[in-house]
Design a binder for this molecule. Sequence first.
Ligand SMILES: [Zn+2]
Length: 393
Amino acid sequence: MSSNGNGKVPTGWAQDRVYIFDTTLRDGEQSPGFGLDGEAKLLFAKQLEQLGVDVIEAGFPISSPGDFEACRTIAREVRGPMITALARAVNADIEAVWGAIGDAERPQIHIVLSASDIHIQRKLGLTRSEVIRRGVNAVQFARNLCAEVEYSPEDAGRADRDYLVETVEAMLDAGATAINIPDTTGYCLPNEFGGLIEYVVSNVRHPERAIFSVHCHNDLGLATANTMAGIMGGARRVECTVNGIGERAGNTSLEEIVMLLKVRQGMLGLEHAIDTTQIVPTSLMLTELTGVGVQPNKAIVGANAFAHASGIHQDGVLKDRLNYEIMKPEDVGLDDNRIVLTARSGRHAFRHRLNMLGLTVPEDRMQEAWAGFLRLADARKEVTDADLRTLMA
Ligand SMILES: [Zn+2]
């Protein structure tokens, strides 16, 4: 067996590719301080399309009429990625999802229902077999509406392994086309979680019927490590968010997992379809839309991620970047440790670059400067420092 595990994917999915499922607009957006209106969600979904994600989870349609509408607009206007939205295992939720995303080019209904004994007993007050029956009914109901149905056994990270296998088999028999194993509480160790994925993938009777996915949380700082372990255990789809936003301490960060696949491609041998030069513009757009920035030392997208401050490091990098850089700033959309300005850069990046160039714009002239920048950015692909100086003059 190679280092990348024995990933099982159904016909039509590439075995040696990791599919990126972005849930910034669902798991991310539902966390405190990250709420977005429909217009902002559409703008961000279009940027995710530019980034090249395979799946966009647009929201949780039953939660509010506003979110239902936002999901519907995204499903109608975004082309390329599969569009999915979340439902609990009840018909009303599933109907709401279908009403919202049925018009998508490639819709998928995502159903979540608990699998750990803690959740089954203390949250649902049901027995294990009642939960499976409820899940099967939901998957069958959803499959009558939609060709693609994802099933997530919630809190799988703390569930009994054999009950999990039994659950997954029942959902595959009911017609699920994607199985997502979540470490909902961010509890697992990497070897434990990777082992769990490998156990499930190799013990269910027909793993080839579905794509296996993972969804990890960062409560103990292990979301990216656990996701990577899940990939090595055989998962070929990963649920993640831009800037790692999400419930509590957040989700696996998209940029971290994608750059891991890229930087360690030689070791992992796995492909992905992300245009990595869109990573920083996407991160900045999210910051702009939510008003919440990332910590400066955040991997990949933090302001210091490619900055070299100490004299020893600066000297080493100037002699040869390889001394201290394992990836090139340009690869994530930074130009020589700076941000590439395009029509999609957003005001934050625009201001940031003006500051770096020492070009001060009075607040009451900012709108005019921004409009001028947008005209310029529309006219050419990239706006250079020289362009900005001319514009400001
Ligand atoms: Zn989650």
